[in-house]
Write a protein that binds this ligand. Structure first.
Ligand SMILES: *Cc1c(COP(=O)(O)O)cnc(C)c1O
Length: 462
């Protein structure tokens, strides 16, 4: 008697809220320090990560000490993606309303699989399904599923296409698989994103047997090089090339595909939201003629991680491809989210996506995109004036840069990454190293761009 059990401890942690208060204090400290924080962790911060190398604790630990350790050694080893000078990959910032809504939903701890598990998660998923279609200019009855990112969203769209193409030929891929199935052709931009190749591999479609269409100097499919299409073909296009930000010619290619009865999937991880801006929607002209689309919340839209969105013109194709059964799965007449994605249990991403879109509204999504493009074009102009060589037409948020020689480019990139002032990644472009600047944060200001350009000039050393 008298010994405090772990359950007593957990109950008291929950009731007295002290851990939440402590976490809140650390979080606020982090927010207030972000502008002065090195954009990439210092060597010391990284060396200190060794404190996490410990064996599984044998006994119950103190919750407050755990948060303290995380704050002391974890926070300094974060990359400052929520500051204004992180330009790596296509990693977005997070909009405050969405982060706050996420906090609330974390406490709710909802499982979004079925309506009966969380009516609110289902309701908001149904609401954002309509909103996403509306903002992107797609048909109002477009189906949507929420997954971890565009990698999985691409796979879902391709799975829906695989199912539909085979079904038209009397073949049920869910039941019969691919052995002995009628052949599916895959026609894809030779410069498709890595996640597309991975999705093709996972779906049994292979990533070498496909027909790769040559791309131009911006990474866009050369339309004249498109092969003859037919009704057994999956065509994969791209809205936002990961290095140049370029867009395939959806209007022309979808016309070819639709005439032939082929399925078109568009990978629009960060670029598809251009459709929501009057200034940028020329880039996405014709996307509504495709059959499925993938786009991220967590990139240019700046939702919290993780939030990937698959959209499909043919609801049945998506839900049949994602079908699952089980006698205990209590389906309702309302929306059951798990029938739109590969997952069953998952968190309620719909809550923060809804908060993001409700906060921004149509005008806000457009402005968010427009401002990122404006910042990328400031990089273009200032770097060009400073003697850097811009490799791409800066139509979206990507600015791809080289110095005078490959060696100078590589050294400049390494030095700027170590500077702590800004961080961006590299890529190989036309066989040589390039510096890849991706503006993906709502909080990047013209001053952040100027400061980052100065850091690049300094890193170049002349
Ligand atoms: C980032 C990206 C992906 C993968 O998205 P994740 O959300 O990281 O899974 C796919 N395609 C393109 C063009 C991307 O930029």
């Amino acid at each position: 008697m008298g010994e405090k059990t772990i359950h007593d401890e957990m109950r008291s942690q929950l009731l007295n809220k002290a851990l939440f208060e402590q976490a809140k204090a650390y979080a606020f400290e982090y927010i207030d320090s972000i502008q002065g924080k090195p954009v990439y962790p210092t060597d010391e911060a990284i060396a200190n990560l060794a404190v996490f190398d410990e064996p599984v604790p044998e006994t119950v630990q103190n919750g407050s000490d755990i948060l303290k350790q995380l704050n002391e050694f974890g926070a300094p080893a974060t990359t400052a993606t929520t500051g204004g000078r992180y330009f790596g990959f296509v990693n977005g910032n997070v909009i405050t309303t969405a982060a706050a809504a996420r906090w609330m939903s974390d406490v709710w701890d909802q499982n979004a699989a079925l309506y009966v598990m969380s009516p609110i998660a289902a309701k908001l998923e149904q609401v954002v399904e309509g909103w996403c279609a509306d903002l992107l200019g797609l048909a109002p009855d477009t189906a949507m599923g929420l997954v971890g990112g565009t990698s999985v969203a691409n796979m879902c769209g391709l799975a829906a296409g695989r199912h539909a193409i085979l079904q038209k030929q009397g073949w049920d891929v869910n039941a019969q698989g691919l052995y002995g199935a009628p052949e599916i052709r895959v026609v894809v931009n030779e410069q498709a994103h890595g996640s597309v190749w991975k999705g093709l591999a996972l779906l049994g479609l292979g990533n070498e047997r496909v027909e790769k269409v040559p791309a131009d100097d911006q990474g866009r499919i050369i339309v004249d090089k498109m092969p003859e299409l037919d009704a057994h073909t999956l065509v994969i296009l791209q809205a936002g090339h990961v290095s140049t930000g370029s867009f395939d010619d959806f209007d022309a290619i979808c016309d070819l595909a639709n005439k032939a009865g082929a399925w078109v999937h568009i990978d629009g991880a960060f670029g598809l939201w251009a459709a929501a801006s009057n200034r940028l929607s020329w880039l996405t002209k014709g996307i509504e003629k495709a059959d499925s689309w993938a786009v991220d919340g967590h990139k240019t839209l700046n939702t919290p991680y993780d939030c990937g969105i698959v959209l499909c013109k043919h609801r049945d194709a998506l839900t049949t491809a994602m079908a699952a059964t089980g006698s205990y799965l209590q389906q309702s007449d309302d929306r059951d989210n798990m029938f739109y994605t590969p997952d069953m249990s998952r968190r309620a991403r719909s809550i923060e996506l809804w908060a993001t879109l409700k906060f921004l509204g149509r005008a806000g999504v457009a402005q968010l995109m427009d401002e990122m493009v404006a910042r990328a074009q400031e990089f273009e102009h200032q770097l060009s004036a400073a003697g850097f060589h811009i490799q791409n037409d800066v139509v979206l948020n990507q600015c791809l840069v080289k110095c005078d020689t490959p060696q100078q480019t590589a050294e400049t990139l390494a030095r700027v990454q170590a500077s702590g002032t800004m961080w961006c990644g590299g890529a190989l472009w036309q066989g040589e190293p390039a510096i890849r600047i991706s503006v993906c944060s709502w909080s990047t200001t013209p001053e952040d761009v100027e400061e980052s350009v100065q850091a690049l000039i300094k890193a170049r050393g002349k």
